[in-house]
Design a protein around this ligand. Structure first.
Ligand SMILES: CC(C)(COP(=O)(O)OP(=O)(O)OC[C@H]1O[C@@H](n2cnc3c(N)ncnc32)[C@H](O)[C@@H]1OP(=O)(O)O)[C@@H](O)C(=O)NCCC(=O)NCCS
Length: 144
């Protein structure tokens, strides 16, 4: 397994397949994807990209930390789940985020993925929210 920095455009296929299977392809393009401080990581098995995650320099006012990153677009192909790939992507991401002087990572976690986020050290905050077109979520955060 290899973890590499990838371009936003490399993430679109897995995002579409896993996160937006019923929507138009345009749903896989997220605001800020090509911003200078945004970075994308991918896990490769036998040269095939199987897991992706993206990180945006974006502050959420609910947290006091001055400098924060948002985690978005976290997805592993079904055939490669429960092999530690997403955790490895995050392990690679946290030092990069710290290097950028940020102290907190937050995400809008799908309710069915809460268990994953808790395993990798995120905490829930507030009540479950319904995001239109995207289902039930919790705001979660992790200090880095
Ligand atoms: C959530 C997701 C990204 C996890 O990817 P993964 O590569 O399988 O995750 P890992 O193998 O690194 O899992 C890390 C730990 O979390 C656990 N875990 C993984 N998915 C879980 C889930 N849905 N619920 C509870 N625990 C989960 C694993 O068992 C592992 O635990 P361990 O450390 O005790 O072995 C993947 O299931 C996925 O793509 N789901 C569909 C898309 C999605 O919901 N993305 C999140 C959007 S907010």
């Amino acid at each position: 397994m290899k973890i590499l920095r990838i371009n936003a455009s490399d993430t679109y296929s897995i995002r579409s397949q896993i996160l937006h299977p019923n929507g138009p392809e345009s749903l896989a393009y997220y605001e800020g994807d090509d911003d200078e401080q945004t970075f994308h990581l991918g896990a490769f098995i036998e040269s095939k990209l199987v897991s992706v995650a993206s990180f945006y320099f974006l502050r959420n006012d609910l947290f006091e930390d001055s400098f924060q990153y948002q985690l978005k677009g976290m997805a592993t192909l079904e055939s490669h789940r429960y092999q530690g790939l997403s955790s490895e992507l995050l392990k690679m991401a946290f030092p990069i985020i710290k290097q950028n002087l940020c102290t907190l990572v937050w995400c809008q976690a799908r309710s069915e993925a809460i268990g994953f986020y808790q395993k990798v050290g995120f905490e829930k905050i507030g009540e479950e929210l319904t995001i239109e077109g995207a289902g039930k979520h919790y705001l979660m955060f992790k200090k880095v």
